[in-house]
Each structure stands twice: as structure tokens, then as C-alpha cells.
Design a protein around this ligand. Sequence first.
Ligand code: AMP
Length: 292
Amino acid sequence: MTEVVRTRTELRAALGHAARPIGLVTTMGWLHDGHRALMRTARAENPTTVATIFVNPRQFNEASDYTQYPRNEARDIEICADEAVDIVFAPNVEEIYPDGFDTTVSVGAVAQPLEGAARPGHFDGVATVVAILFDLVGADRAYFGQKDAQQVMVIRQMARDLAIGTEVISLPTIRETDGLAMSSRNVHLSPDERQAAGVLHRALEAAHEAWSTGERSADALRSMMRDILAGEPLADVDYISVADGRTLRELETIDGPALASLAVRFGSTRLIDNEPLEEPPGTTPPPQVYGG
Ligand code: AMP
């Protein structure tokens, strides 16, 4: 049975009899198969699964993005029940940020580029709410999507630095059949924009393909992605990045784990996606070619 709780007190009571370890999936609702995959893994790896549904006002840098963020709590709760989530914590804003709340968790270098630069204050809002949720739930493990790769890195840094014992686990991006990463924001796309949005993954796949056949110039990959995106008139590029996979600093030469990532607007909807440029665990890197 899925128990839905709305206050810190109700959450504490529900957790009183919960078996450990506790797996946590934090969401902003409007749940899709990406969220389901996180819940399923949490469920498989932990005797207790907690999901949170909270549209966090502090991580939105545009007021209209917050007010227009899609919401359907009844449906979300059904999905959590369908995934056999034990406890759904769906608080209101005052429950998370009570009167007098005045602390911000601000992560350093890894939170600065890409989404950090494009959306000032975004990661402060994310790190602050996730720190609160980790603590309220007492999560042993928390599951996040690779789709928001920088977010995972920011949360890992935050948990390490603040000695928060929650293990941060990242799971692969779940995609639509044309490769578009599932996202709650996809609902805002018009039919034309929805069709055009497939270009994000096509551009990332092309970069990955070039990288896997030996291209090591980051600029070559950036221009390849720029050209593919330019072929889609509805795509309005925000950034195109090929960065170090550990620091997110932009690269000239790819000489270790890297991350290709994109932020692109389709009309008023801003979408992000990424592709790691690294060998999957357990594979042998391609042979080095030495000049001379
Ligand atoms: P959100 O509700 O968008 O804040 O996302 C909640 C969690 O689901 C975050 O850890 C996201 O990275 C993850 N997530 C969102 N979309 C996907 C997806 N398409 N595949 C896998 N995880 C996702």
C-alpha cells in the first residue's frame, strides 16, 4: 500500500516503521517513464522506497516557468502506487520552507557552467531542497537521472561536502522512440516543436559516433552538433558543450571522460540533454594511434 503524506510530522510517523535501507526518488511530478525507471530501481534495491513530489519554487529562475510547470498530483500518486512506492511525500511550499527559512546551499565550481550559467540560482535551489529532502527522509540511497547530468554532479558534491550519508546513484536517460529524452516539459511542445525536438538526440548521437570512431577535437564535435541543430528551423540553441566529465570545464581536446550537452529552446520550451563520451564500464578503450 502506498501511503501519501504531506507534512514533516506525517512523514516521520510513516518512516517510523520503515525497513532500511531507504531508497529515495525526488521529483517535481508530472511523472513519466524516466521517473518510473528510477522508482523501479529504488524498489528493487531497497526494502523501502520513498518518492517526493514537490515543484520547488527556489530552483526556477523564471516565474512563468514555475507557474506553468505541469501538475497532476492525482495521476502522479497513481503512478507511484503502480510502481509500488511505499511512501509519497507531497508537501506544500510552506512545509519545506517555513516562515523564517533563510539558508541556501550553494555548490562551487561544478554548479557554475552550463545550467548554472544559463539559469542563475537554479542549482542553489536544487541543492537546498535536496539537502532538506535527504535529511527529512533519512535516505540511504537516492536515485537521479543522467538526463540532468550536471544536477547529479552538484548533488554528489553537496552530499560529500556536507557529510550527508545518502549514496547518490545516477541511472540512464529514458527516451521516446525518436530519441527525445522524456521530460515533464515536453507536454508544452506543439506538435511541430515535438517533431523538431528529436534533433537534440540526433546531434548528440552524431557527436558520440564521431567520438567513438576517434574524433578528439571538442570543437569538431561542437560544430558537428551546431550544424545538425541548424538544420532544424524551430531549434533555438542556448548552449552546445563538450566538457570534462568531472569538472564540466569546456575542453579543447578530449583526453578522458567527457560530456556532450545541449540546451535548446523550441518556442518557449527549453530542453536539455546530454551524452557521456566515455567507455562504458568493462570495455576496452580503442587502440591509441601514434603518429610518427
Ligand atoms: P524532475 O521531476 O524533472 O525534477 O526529475 C526528477 C528526477 O527524474 C531527476 O533525477 C531527473 O534527472 C530524473 N529524470 C527526468 N527525466 C528523466 C529521463 N528521461 N530519464 C531518466 N531520468 C529522468
